[in-house]
Design a protein around this ligand. Sequence first.
Ligand SMILES: [Zn+2]
Length: 602
Amino acid sequence: MTDPSEGAEYHVTIDPDTLELEVELVLFGAFVTDGMVLTVPSWVPGDYDFEPYGRDVFAVENADPEDGVQVVRDGWNGYKVFGASDKVHLRYRASAYEPDLGDAMGLVDSNYAVLMGTRYLFCPDYVGPCSVQYGQLPPKWTIHHPSGATPEGDQRWAYPSFEILLDTPVLFGDLTIKEKTIRGVPFYFAFVDQGVGFNERVDAFVDQLSVAVEAIHDVFGLFPFTDYTFVLSLNPQADWGLEHLTSNMSGLGPDVFVDDDKFANGIRVCAHELFHAWNVRRLRPAPLGQLRKHLTSGSFTDGLWMAEGFTRYYEYLISTRANAYTPDQFFSAVLGYFTHLSQQPAYSRVAVADSSLATYLNHAKYPGRVNNSIDYYDKGMLIAFAVDGFLRRSDPQKSLDDAFRGFYETYFIGEGGDDQVPADYVGYTTDQVVAYFNAYHPGLGDHIGAWVNDPAGLDTPQDMTALGLTPVWQDTHHLGIFFLDDGAPTIYGVADNMPAAVGLAPGDVIDAVNGYAYSPAALAWAASNASPVTLTVTRGHRVIDFTMTPQRARKIVGLEWTGSEDQAKLISKWLGADFTPASGETFPVDFYENFHGIEAMV
Ligand SMILES: [Zn+2]
């Protein structure tokens, strides 16, 4: 129950001319004391990065000067309030335009705004019920408010906690919102901007995404919210992808309606973020269940391999079930994750539990990463694929869908008795995952435990073979130089146990291959053959030559169908898609997408 003797009340006005917020804040209750700390969060749930969010806050002042309260800066994102007792009334402004961080902070654009709590000062000793009244809006602007808060009239909403306020992006503007009722629950597809092809293809996009929504509902058998909002932008600067309790913010890119690959990508990012409504916004690895206590300290869990990795696996599986991808694209993508992960030296050194615990250090790319950290999304996804394939091959009644639904019911609903996050919920442990899967299928939990707690261990090509998809291998050579996305010829990483470890560094720009001007084809050819290669690189103001001899390697160039009719049926049922390959048919394996960037190795 709400205790009326304490609370936090915000009054927030949007200025679409200055792209700023005016915030007034009244805090009252016993927690308001001399020396009270006020801060913005250091991170936001779902985005494991400590950020200087406090830099946007300025002109913080006492709104009732006669009471003598003083506010002084304290720590890296906050302030201290001196002379206050039981109640304080402050006011400040905040810059609110940074599209790239928009999914974590919200933003004020000249044409729309998305607000959540990231720019609101709060007291870490009081994270209980709070309210926000939104001030007068520009002409034609309306409000779209996702579920999870209580409307109190007069553009005011009451939030059960500061954490929920932080987790509820509220939309303002002259918005284009498509609405669809799916399995009895309203879904809103709220576009904050548009692009070429919008009018022609937006309905097709919403329809296909709705199929994905139904496919996720099929996994869990319920929607854990009373309505759901997709907050969508086509702005290429809005590289969004962040889940919230009853909504998500996803960037689709400007070409989503004019390029079929981008269209499928858009379905996939939305599927990923919606899947999080179950997996991580509700079902959480410990200690993420107690986020409200960790908003300034960070919350460190070993369990993101399931929270993020399983979600990544389902983003592909659900997209395939929604016909955004074909079965061979699904298998090609999974194999691509294995190839790109396992060729990094770090794969044999770093456990995915460790990389999850170090998420605040490794989520962003950095020099040396290929040697000392793995992406827990990638290994977690491959664990999910291995588990799902194993279960389906072992017993037609079993699947990861069935197991994961049971896990959700046991470790989330079972904890709280309903589909809302209970106040005392801490989250599940990896030991509980191991025990659960051992009970679901004897010995399976122990395999998962080893894949999580030890480096390497997966054999995705063997998993494919067991399904009737036999990898076609080709002999080649490698240097161990990594490029990120379209970054070539700038080196992103150098494997420290491969031929390129002769002094080449991340950031070096390759100017020449064996004395001739760099081209991607020239480098790829030289790296794949046995003869020594000399690379001329520019490092800052220096030009340096390095010579190295490629090492022998094998790579998979296709997946040949060697399976039976029963195996093809198993795959059809699994992927919810028609799969009737001819014997000996070989599928390409060049389809691979990764929202974190493609780390290609020569
Ligand atoms: Zn995610």
